[in-house]
Design a protein around this ligand. Sequence first.
Ligand SMILES: [Zn+2]
Length: 403
Amino acid sequence: MLGPALALVHTGQAPTRSALTSALDVTRATAGAISAELEALGLITVDSSPAGGGRGRPSHRLAVDPSGPVVIAAQIHADGLSIALAGLGGRLEEPVHLPLPDATDPVRLLSAVARAGADLARASGRRCLGAALALPNPVTEPDGAALAALHFAWPSGTPVADLFAEQLRKADLGPRARMPLPSTVANDANLAALAEHRHGAGRGSRHLLLVTSGHRGVGGALVIDGRLHTGSAGLAMEVGHLTVDPQGRPCACGNRGCLNSETDPEALFAAADRTPDPRRPLLEQARELARAAAADPRARAAVDHVVDRLGLGLAGLVNILNPDRIVLSGLHRDLLAAAPERLAAVVADRCLLGRSGRMPIVAAEVTHAGLVGAAELAWEPLLHDPQAVAAGTVAGTRGERQK
Ligand SMILES: [Zn+2]
């Protein structure tokens, strides 16, 4: 019961003890004992002071403990490295952004990530319980190897999970970190979907489809009943190679007209017959171009062209997966904002569920979703067994204090 209770407070679904009581379907006394135990573990706070202006008997307010444990969340993307600490409750601290080291050697990159994360953990003085890293390429399960890491020219099958764990072992994480620090790596679109499901536009959805385009290519992810669907080897939902125009632009896979090459930032620039400034992040410029559709006819025509192809891709996915909600992020979020009716019409035309009008297509809400999702992954052992994970470190911390 402790794990589900912590998850409810963590995702904002149990802001009071009475909400916890009904969500867990237990007695008031049991909910009281559970919240007291989570408080004793230093994970949540229980506030029993009366709320101002409320009528009737106030319920104890539950919140994540602001001085509770943290995890290290990191993301490698085409424009650099981002690293942040996160507390429970999806509370991400201000990320540190670093340029990509010149060498695209994975060890150099991962050691830069581990050192930056360790610096943050040490400086915070808070218990650090884990680390997770988001990558812009497919990641195999359970071994955590990177496939087709096109941005960095890494050899396919680079054992990123092992290399990241090794760099974290070498880093100075300070006296309050769990040792060795559990760590994991995953694909960034999968993590963004997890972030949206727990803390954003996907809340309450049971079959959530997320489609996104960042720098180059398109990512997809599916969250079913709160868990990522990653397939037999971690490679499910590689939606980028869905064909949406057989005569379309060439894709890195060797084919033409994949969702990847028809609906990413480069595709939008090509449709507008414009060239992006190589000195500025491509996604940022593509977003500006999508927004310009309101006033600029050439940008409007380019947006409509790309939205039609995105709609074909989404319709194909809806027919196969039958989601109850689609969240669009990255450039696709801006395309939705620029042409919501057009996108909905293309999807509706091509699938039964779309025609029923019961499937919302909504914009992503979480800022730094890759990092927030990485934190979710790093929290998983604690949410599974708060007692074992949190109590383990409390004991270790006491040992340090006796010095
Ligand atoms: Zn392709």
